[in-house]
Write a protein of this length. Structure first.
Length: 180
């Protein structure tokens, strides 16, 4: 169990470093993939919050952790990595960077009760100054209202379809013994 916890903390650290080193324009979240991904995160916020309110901390953490591993780090970061760095696509790049930062901000707050040290450290790098909350532990709990300025996705399945596609590519590469 300890090994899994250390791996989780390391993954939070590495994903945070990646997200916060993406510099470039910030703009509205306009790309369908980003909106669909954040729609799923909004559902996770709702489920995790409900579980925490019922004092079911392990269930609240499980919802957030599953999303972090499966959606955020394994898929979303991989799907938007190039776009977040593409200087030729201003609006798409801005959408990717804004989505990455919003997701990280929310995930840090969801994980803060369970992993207080790493979330506090990462929060201090940027979000303390940006939000005015010096500590992740004094920042408000994430709420569905934080997604209010983001247009709903055209298809709620866009992110799921993209994840299936990237999974198929990974499987084909593994079966063909081609490196990722």
């Amino acid at each position: 169990k300890f090994k899994a916890g250390r791996r989780f903390v390391t993954k939070i650290y590495n994903a945070s470093k990646f997200v916060l080193t993406q510099s470039g324009p910030m703009g509205p979240i306009s790309v369908e993939l980003d909106r669909s991904f954040l729609s799923e995160l909004q559902a996770v916020v709702e489920r995790s919050t409900e579980a925490y309110e019922r004092y079911e901390y392990s269930n609240g953490l499980q919802h957030a952790e599953d999303f972090f591993w499966n959606a955020f780090t394994d898929n979303y970061i991989e799907l938007v990595k190039r776009r977040a760095r593409d200087e030729n696509k201003h609006d798409e790049r801005a959408s990717a960077i804004a989505s990455l930062r919003l997701a990280l901000n929310i995930l840090l707050r969801l994980f803060a009760p369970i992993t207080p040290t790493i979330t506090e450290e990462v929060w201090s790098w940027t979000f303390a100054k940006e939000t005015g909350y010096k500590s992740v532990h004094t920042a408000p709990w994430p709420s569905p209202a934080e997604f209010g300025n983001i247009a709903p996705p055209t298809s709620g399945q866009s992110f799921a379809v993209a994840c299936e596609a990237i999974g198929a590519v990974r499987k084909a590469k593994t079966e063909s013994e081609i490196g990722l």
